[in-house]
Design a protein around this ligand. Structure first.
Ligand SMILES: C[S@@+](CC[C@H](N)C(=O)[O-])C[C@H]1O[C@@H](n2cnc3c(N)ncnc32)[C@H](O)[C@@H]1O
Ligand SMILES: [Zn+2]
Length: 289
């Protein structure tokens, strides 16, 4: 059953407090708005709203679950959890914006068993998995470009890993002094297989771009590069291609055909930056609460 502090979520319709009802099967507010859990345990707060964004498909999510399940990104998972622990040792609430299958949040849950967890993602296929992986974490289908269904200054640690960022909303929901960890790929990430697997190129200035978009609302307090070599089977290459943004455009059949001649193992670079930002008071008009 999900675990939720009373003062954490807000109703996406009327902004009143949103609480768990009916033994955790429903989220509801005092005005009577109700959101029932799907049978896999996540809550769809976007019901009836539609969205302009492309959620990850079932096929993409399956590829992500298989690839992460083989622990190829275990070093990154550890680096994120280590940095979060260093900068926020005792979080009460941890939120993952664009949580996918919950792989990174699950490690934070192991490290901070007393913390309440919220996984936001626009893909219900991703949150089916996250709900299974996170036990009492609360998984919400939501679009990070909208006002988040979270009260002001309620979150101590937010993680945002290869997913879209909404700087003003992230600032609003974090506690004063709360931390935001952002992971982006570095140039050269998966370069050895990029052409054959149809991957999109990594922009050289991606990490600087993150700092720029967060400027004025967050101060960068730490940054760590994670750089190692993966040994990938053709199946791993198929999965890593399909699970990323290129997965929206790739055909599984073409990809399988393209990888037919690949050797049993291919070496490929894994290169990421984990940036740690501390919520600042913000520009005038965005006063601290
Ligand atoms: C590349 S995946 C990363 C998932 C996860 N952080 C991980 O690294 O395993 C990007 C995720 O962002 C989600 N996403 C894309 N646009 C979104 C939006 N506007 N709001 C919320 N989630 C979004 C996708 O559904 C997908 O799960
Ligand atoms: Zn309401």
């Amino acid at each position: 059953m999900p675990r939720l502090p009373d003062d954490l979520l807000s109703c996406p319709v009327c902004a009143a407090g949103l609480e768990l009802l009916a033994a955790g099967q429903t989220l509801g507010c005092a005005a009577g708005h109700r959101f029932d859990a799907a049978k896999q345990g996540y809550f769809n707060l976007l019901t009836g709203r539609g969205t302009a964004f492309q959620p990850d498909t079932a096929e993409m999510v399956q590829a992500r679950a298989d690839f992460l399940g083989a622990d190829h990104y275990g070093h990154l998972q550890t680096a994120v959890a280590d940095l979060a622990q260093r900068h926020a040792p005792h979080p009460r609430v941890i939120l993952d914006a664009g949580a996918g299958t919950g792989y990174y949040l699950a490690e934070l849950q192991r490290r901070h068993p007393g913390a309440a967890l919220v996984a936001l993602d626009i893909s219900k296929f991703a949150l089916r998995r996250a709900a299974g992986a996170l036990g009492d974490g609360v998984c919400l289908v939501w679009d990070v470009w909208r006002t988040l269904p979270v009260r002001d200054a309620a979150v101590d640690v937010m993680i945002n890993i290869f997913a879209p960022r909404n700087p003003t909303e992230f600032h609003r929901v974090l506690t004063p002094g709360g931390v935001l960890l952002v992971v982006t790929p570095l140039p050269g990430h998966l370069a050895e297989i990029a052409d054959d697997a149809g991957l999109l190129a990594v922009r050289p200035d991606k990490a600087e771009g993150v700092a720029t978009t967060l400027a004025g609302l967050f101060d960068e307090v730490d940054a760590v590069s994670v750089d190692y070599t993966l040994q990938l089977s053709p199946t791993d290459i198929y999965n890593v291609a399909l699970m990323g943004p290129a997965g929206h455009h790739l055909s599984a059949r073409d990809l399988t055909a393209g990888l037919a001649g690949f050797p049993g193992r291919t070496a490929a670079s894994a290169r990421f930056t984990v940036q740690v930002f501390r919520r600042s008071a913000g520009p005038s008009g965005l006063a601290d609460v």
